[in-house]
Design a protein around this ligand. Sequence first.
Ligand code: SF4
Length: 144
Amino acid sequence: MLLAEGIGDTIRISLAADPVEEVKVGYDILKSLHLRSRGINFIACPSCSRQNFDVVKTMNELEGRLEDLLVPLDVAVIGCVVNGPGEAEEAHVGLTGGTPNLVYIDGKPAQKLNNDNLVDELEQLIRRKAAEKAEADAAVIARG
Ligand code: SF4
């Protein structure tokens, strides 16, 4: 809460895990507060029996596969329509669970995805959006 209110800009995380995980978690918290922006800022629901796909597994796989991306991008991964559309509309890429699942790009419904190959297809969409955003950000910087 102190960080969210602009008091301080660093954080120390202690986990009963590999210290590398402490750095990742600390960085994720700073990204969620918009104090750091490099890489993907994932927004996920906690998941429950209403989920239409395995939210935790999908998140873990995506985080591992997309560690190399440095462009700042908000990606929402939400298990059902209870919170899915609202979060997806605020993200660069948002997945809302359903039958089929629905992907939003820049807040607009863009593509339906079944659970088969969900992570593969989502990874491709996120990488495509990240490349577009990197190009757009570079153009803005070039224009000064
Ligand atoms: S968004 Fe849906 S799946 Fe996710 S926690 Fe809420 S009710 Fe459960």
